[in-house]
Design a protein around this ligand. Sequence first.
Ligand code: NAD
Ligand code: G6P
Ligand code: MN
Length: 445
Amino acid sequence: MKKKTNFNLVIVGGGSTYTPGIVKSLLDKKDQFKLEQLRLYDNNKERQDKVAVLVKKVVEMFDPELEVVVTTEPEEAFSDADFIFAQMRVGLYKMRELDEKIPLKYGVVGQETCGPGGLAYGLRTIAPMVEIIDFCEKYASREYWIVNYSNPAAIVAKAMHRLRPDARILNICDMPVAIMRNMANILDCDRHDIVADYFGLNHFGWFTKIRVGEEDRTEELKAYVKEHGYMPPDERSEVRHNDASWKHTFDNAKYLMRMFPDYLPNTYMQYYLLSDQIVKDANKDYTRANEVMDGREKRIFDTVDKYLATGEIDMTPFFTGVHGEFIVEVAMSLAYNLRKRHLVMVPNCGSISNLPEDAMVEVPAYITSEGPEAVRVGEIPTFYKGMIEQQEACEKLIVEAAIEGSYEKALMAFTMNKTVPDAFTAKKILDEMIEANKEYWPELK
Ligand code: NAD
Ligand code: G6P
Ligand code: MN
């Protein structure tokens, strides 16, 4: 158990569009999760300084005692840090746009974290994430915890487990909990009362059982999802998931549920199982990156400009939702040894008994102050096992490509991905991505 009661918390990627919401979630819990200092750290001063205007304003409104530090200096950011919330986007939205648009040119799924786009993003993020861990090892409290949202979280988690196995990092994703929020709307209960059984990799998994308290509601939920996907009955949704593309994603779950009725799919399975349809539905000239730049990102910067010009503050960017709530809930369970059950990424180590020990799996775990204690899932059926093995091998190869600077392994990873039809296509996408990522990728030989 931690002795300290007031924590120093760093947000890495302080200039992120999610920072205001996460800060608001922290402020909502200020009486239970006490902070000494809130620090924003980013390698893009201009972007972070803008977002910091909003952060300082909301802190002044809700917890004026809290000290806010905004810095691009690692020593200042990480010295004696207890919690590090990581949410970097290496290459910003301009690179996300290319991750999405390059594969689409070749008729392949263009997505932030899935398919070639996710692999490209992985190759950009591994080295910067190692750097953050090394800063923590050098400067932070001995009991630091990095809670990482930085994507592609599956590849980041795998690479960090390989390169920095002793680091105190817990990789998390808000998609399962966002789906559980919709499930709670469908079942008309509080999302905190849902107990989910789940297995898979990050952005690649299935819910096997949904209980509300003690009551098993799985079959009722499956019947609903077959008809309506994860769209709640009255279209209640959070601001972030209200965009047309998200609604389409929640709706697509109905096709997966009808074809594979065993388990309730993570929405990300659409990219692997409905790839052709996803490509047909995509606009090659205007992808999700464009939607976010014209939406969430613009709203944040417009709010800053308006506040600086008029002193009026629009609270929309402070919308917390499950994204902000979840990371704070996980951190509190780490801080106070609450042993709360959450779906998180952990080294498999036998949890899913017929998958490799060193796979980074996403399963339920009890979050203690020493880290996650994963539940035992047991054996999974052939279809799911085969799909996961293919994806896991793909992620393993991209991590090895990054470490060894191996073109051949990168090509294997691209070819292995289920969204890519053949090796020629994989090679064309990879070669174009090498050009586009010159500034960021390790050299592949
Ligand atoms: P964003 O571009 O608005 O913010 C990312 C910030 O990271 C930028 O300010 C950027 O300058 C900074 N950054 C980039 N490289 C850095 C480095 N090496 N060191 C320090 N800072 C660096 O992006 P966003 O849309 O707000 O998303 C932030 C991240 O959170 C992304 O990785 C996104 O994929 C991830 N995310 C993950 C989940 C999840 O479920 N795991 C959910 C939502 C968002
Ligand atoms: C979900 C996923 C994240 C992903 C995000 C993208 O929350 O779990 O991993 O980054 O969606 O959302 P966006 O609104 O940026 O497209
Ligand atoms: Mn995610």
